[in-house]
Design a protein around this ligand. Sequence first.
Ligand code: CDP
Length: 208
Amino acid sequence: MIIALDGPAASGKGTLARRLAAHYGVPHLDTGLLYRGVAAALIASGHALDDEMAGVAAAAALDLSALDRDRLSTHAIGEAASRVAVLPAVRNALLDAQRRFASQPGGAVIDGRDIGTFVCPQADVKFFVTANLEERARRRTREIRSRGQHAVIDDVRLDLERRDARDAERADAPMKMADDAHLLDTTDLDIETAFKRAVDIVDRFRDR
Ligand code: CDP
């Protein structure tokens, strides 16, 4: 069983994906970490974020099992990741690893922006997880502050808005809800309620 989750930044899809993976006992891939890993490698080696050749090399050198969520989860690396993510050759260099992960025998939970539409159009259950901009800005600000870093909600809101636009408007595999995805708007839902709704939908598929 492949469960695909897509949606904008700070929508809650990552938390939901981790909960679903634990609940069904299947591995989880946060594909945002791949783009974050490429961005971090480019920054560390002093390359520009639009250097496509260096991006492809960094993508080829990524070790999926060694991606350090803590190191890669900063707001700044998320911003850099969305710049790297517009480069078709970089997206292409990350494609095989994502598809291989998704098609492992016991199934997988995989989240990102283009999973239900492009990486795994054959996924069994697809979710498009979203929340309004104000709520997402509140969540991301809280998250940054919980790591002891400084955040101003007006700046975070602007960053998210810019990043969403970049992700939705890029030519190659833009962020988009798949026609057969379930829309999960978490603006007024806590994680427990969102999780229960998702489990109901997945269980309905499993009972078929
Ligand atoms: O955690 P957050 O929602 O802020 O971002 P993320 O899921 O870690 O993704 C970071 C960036 O990587 C996104 O803004 C996208 O530009 C890019 N990305 C993508 O293009 N395709 C994916 N499947 C996953 C992430």
